[in-house]
Design a protein around this ligand. Structure first.
Ligand code: CIR
Length: 265
């Protein structure tokens, strides 16, 4: 069954640059190793391409250490692309850098113009609705502006709360198929996924909640064997990608790409 929420013809990624060593992090466990990060990034891009999608890989933006995490700069839906308004000063202008890239693909890009803030990492698009968690990066005003923009396209936006101390809503969850969400138990316990089928990450494996469904594949960060085994037993085709370096900067599978099918496809 084809689904607009996980079948995609396109993805946009950006290679990490040397400045990635200065990326934001909640806990300092050392700077990422650029060479290893590039290897992981290349594996990630190959996995997306292996599904038949066209992947645009942009050059590094040295003035933006976190710009490898392209997901935060935009939301791409079949009906249109929207440049976000990232809620941390060092990342805000990443949206301006992404907008022309998406303009080339979509022809036009909508904008979150403020005063609110919203990061793409706080947005989970399912088959039936768009869930957005308020966080240190995303506020209700940003969510309201998104709601107004997508209403003409028939989307309902539901405002939720990212758990305290969690960077982004999708740090703790991902879409697996039309009705199934992979979630940490702390997020699922809030009841925000009532009505969906929820698979919980294994105890101690919470960071792998940031996985992605992309066409036939579920891309999962390496190092979470119990959750991986559960997903395989549930019938998902899992591809494991090294994430040690992105992980030092609180990044995971979703953060590294924009995934979409533009209107002409
Ligand atoms: C940041 O703090 O913005 C980056 N170091 C990590 C962003 C991860 N992005 C995401 O979860 N969508």
């Amino acid at each position: 069954m084809s689904s607009r929420s996980y079948n995609f013809t396109h993805a946009v990624t950006r290679k990490p640059g040397e400045s990635v060593t200065d990326g934001l992090r909640t806990v300092d466990t050392g700077a990422p190793d650029l060479q290893l990060f590039l290897e992981h990034h290349a594996d990630y891009v190959s996995a997306l391409e292996s599904t038949g999608a066209t992947v645009v890989t942009l050059d590094p933006l040295e003035e933006f250490p976190d710009s490898v995490f392209v997901e935060d700069a935009a939301l791409c839906l079949p009906e249109g692309a929207i440049a976000m308004r990232p809620g941390t000063p060092s990342r805000m202008d990443e949206a301006d850098k992404m907008a022309p890239v998406l303009e080339d693909i979509y022809g036009k890009v909508h904008r979150i113009s403020g005063p609110g803030f919203i990061d793409g990492g706080d947005i989970l698009t399912t088959e039936s609705e768009i869930l957005v968690g308020t966080s240190a990066r995303t506020d209700s005003a940003g969510i309201d502006e998104l709601r107004t923009l997508v209403a003409p396209w028939g989307y309902t936006v539901r405002e939720l709360q990212t758990p305290e101390g969690v960077l982004h809503f999708k740090t703790d969850c991902s879409l697996l198929d039309n009705k199934t969400i992979l979630s940490t138990s702390r997020l699922a316990a809030t009841g925000c996924f009532d009505g969906y089928r929820v698979l919980l990450t294994a105890k101690g494996e919470e960071p792998c909640a940031n996985s992605i469904r992309f066409n036939n594949l579920v891309l999962m960060p390496a190092g979470f064997p119990k959750t991986e085994a559960m997903l395989r037993a549930e019938g998902y085709e899992v591809r494991i990608i090294g994430n040690s370096e992105a992980g030092k900067l609180d990044g995971g599978m979703s953060c590294l790409s924009l995934r979409f099918s533009p209107p002409s496809n």
